[in-house]
Design a protein around this ligand. Structure first.
Ligand SMILES: Cc1ncc(COP(=O)(O)O)c(C=O)c1O
Length: 394
C-alpha cells in the first residue's frame, strides 16, 4: 500500500493541518480508513454531506445523469438546472437563481449583484457591511468580507468596499451605513466563527434597517441552509426574508455546487455581467435536485430539529459531568461545545481514537455538523465516545 500521507507532504502546498487519517469509503454517517477501520462522521465534509455519504438517491441521480449529459456551456438550456432552480425557488422566498460551484463564488456573485443594484438604484453605492467573526470564503474579496484578522492579515492590502462591524449589534450596522452602502451581508448563524447565534431581534432589526435605507440584505446561508438548522433555510426562524441568499455546501450532498438566489427587484444582472463555465452543470444540478427533493419529501428538517435537540440535551448532560465544558450552543445539527481550556485538538484526537470524527472549531471549542439523516442511535454512540474522550484528557 502507498504511504499516502508521505506523498501528500511531498506534493501538496501546506494549506491545511490534516488529521492523520486516509479515508477510502463512506456510507451514511460512517466512513472507513484504508485499514478498514470504521468511524462515525460528525464533521460531514464541513457541513456538506447533508444526506450522508453516497446516499442512494444521490448516487442514482449521478449515475443516471452521467450517462446522459455531464457538461455543456451555459449558452445552452439544460434540464437538470431548470428543475433544480424551480424546486429551490418554489421552496424559498426568492424569485431568481444563478448557479456556481462553491460558497465563496456564490458570495462573490452576491456582492457583484449588490454593486450592480447600487449602480442602478443607489447612486453608485458599492460598500457592503459584514460582521466581525463572519466567514464568507477564501477569494480576496471574500477574505475582506470575512471579519476575522487571521484570514485578512496575510493578504493586506485587501480589496476595498467592505466594512466589518460587531455581530449582534444593530447600532454598529446603523453607524457604519453611509451613502456608499449598498448591502448588509450576514450569516444567520455564524458557523466557522464559532456557531454564534443571533440575538432574538437582531435579524429583524437588520431587515428593518435595510428597508428604511433602501439597501439590500444578503444572507449567507452556505452553512445554515438546506435544512442544517432545522428549517430549510435559517431565515425562516427569524420571521424575515433576505433580498439575496447564497447557498452551497449541503445543496449537492457532496457534489460541488453554489447558488445565488435573489428577489426579482434585486435580480439586476444583464447578460455578460456574470457567468461561470461549470456553474449549473447537469451533473451537479442532478445531485442538487436529488438532495433537495429527498430533504423535502422525507421531512428531514423535522428530523434535524428533533435529533438536534436530543443531541444538545446529551451534550448538556456531559457538561453537568465535566467541569471542562463551559458552554453548548447551536441550532438543529450545527452545534458547538466550548471548553475552559484549549483542549479541542486533544479531544479531536481522542475521539478519533474512539472512532468519531469531530471538528476543532477553535483551540477551546468543537463543532458538530453530522449528516442530516442521523438518528438518536448515532447521537448516543457519539456521546459515549465523547464522554470517554473527555475522561481520557481530564
Ligand atoms: C458561511 C460560509 N460562507 C462561505 C463559505 C465558503 O464556502 P466554500 O468553501 O464552498 O467556498 C463557507 C465555508 O465554510 C461558509 O461556512
Amino acid at each position: 500500500m502507498s504511504n499516502w500521507q508521505e506523498l501528500e507532504s511531498k506534493y501538496f502546498m501546506h494549506t491545511v493541518e490534516r488529521i492523520p487519517l486516509t479515508l477510502v469509503k463512506g456510507q451514511g454517517a460512517r466512513v472507513w480508513d484504508e485499514d478498514g477501520r470504521e468511524y462515525l462522521d460528525f464533521v460531514g465534509g464541513w457541513a456538506v454531506n447533508s444526506l450522508g455519504h453516497c446516499h442512494p438517491v444521490v448516487v442514482e441521480a449521478l449515475a443516471e445523469q452521467s450517462h446522459k449529459l455531464i457538461q455543456t456551456s451555459n449558452q445552452f438550456y439544460t434540464i437538470p438546472q431548470i428543475r433544480l432552480a424551480e424546486l429551490l425557488l418554489q421552496n424559498s422566498c426568492l424569485d431568481k437563481v444563478f448557479f456556481g460551484n462553491s460558497g465563496t463564488e456564490a458570495n462573490e456573485g452576491a456582492v457583484k449583484l449588490a454593486r450592480r443594484y447600487g449602480a442602478h438604484y443607489l447612486d453608485g453605492a458599492y460598500e457592503v457591511i459584514t460582521t466581525l467573526g463572519s466567514f464568507h470564503g477564501r477569494t480576496l474579496a471574500m477574505v475582506a468580507a470575512s471579519g476575522q484578522s487571521k484570514f485578512q492579515q496575510p493578504y493586506i492590502p485587501l480589496p476595498v468596499g467592505f466594512v466589518n462591524v460587531e455581530y449582534n449589534n444593530i447600532e454598529a450596522i446603523k453607524t457604519a451605513t453611509t451613502k456608499q452602502t449598498c448591502a448588509v451581508m450576514l450569516e444567520p448563524v455564524q458557523g466557522e466563527g464559532g456557531v454564534n447565534l443571533p440575538g432574538a431581534d437582531y435579524l429583524a432589526a437588520v431587515r428593518a434597517w435595510c428597508d428604511q435605507r433602501g439597501i439590500l440584505l444578503i444572507l449567507d446561508e452556505i452553512q445554515t441552509g438546506i435544512g442544517r438548522t432545522g428549517t430549510l433555510f435559517a431565515y425562516e426562524q427569524c420571521g424575515i426574508e433576505p433580498d439575496i441568499m447564497t447557498l452551497a455546501k449541503g445543496l449537492g450532498s457532496g457534489i460541488p455546487i453554489g447558488a445565488i438566489l435573489a428577489k426579482d427587484r434585486a435580480s439586476v444582472f444583464v447578460p455578460g455581467e456574470h457567468g461561470s463555465t461549470f456553474g449549473g452543470n447537469p451533473l451537479a444540478c442532478a445531485a442538487g435536485y436529488a438532495t433537495l427533493k429527498f430533504i423535502l419529501d422525507s421531512d428531514i428538517t423535522g428530523k434535524v430539529k428533533r435529533v438536534g435537540e436530543y443531541f444538545i440535551t446529551g451534550l448538556q448532560g456531559l457538561r453537568e459531568k465535566s467541569s471542562l465544558i463551559t458552554e453548548v450552543r447551536g441550532c438543529g445539527l450545527l452545534i458547538a461545545m466550548e471548553f475552559s481550556h484549549d483542549i479541542a485538538h486533544s479531544l479531536v484526537m481522542a475521539c478519533l481514537d474512539g472512532g468519531l470524527l469531530v471538528n476543532c472549531l477553535k483551540p477551546n471549542a468543537l463543532r458538530f455538523m453530522p449528516p442530516l439523516i442521523i438518528g438518536s442511535e448515532e447521537v448516543d454512540e457519539a456521546l459515549g465516545i465523547l464522554d470517554r474522550a473527555l475522561a481520557s484528557i481530564n
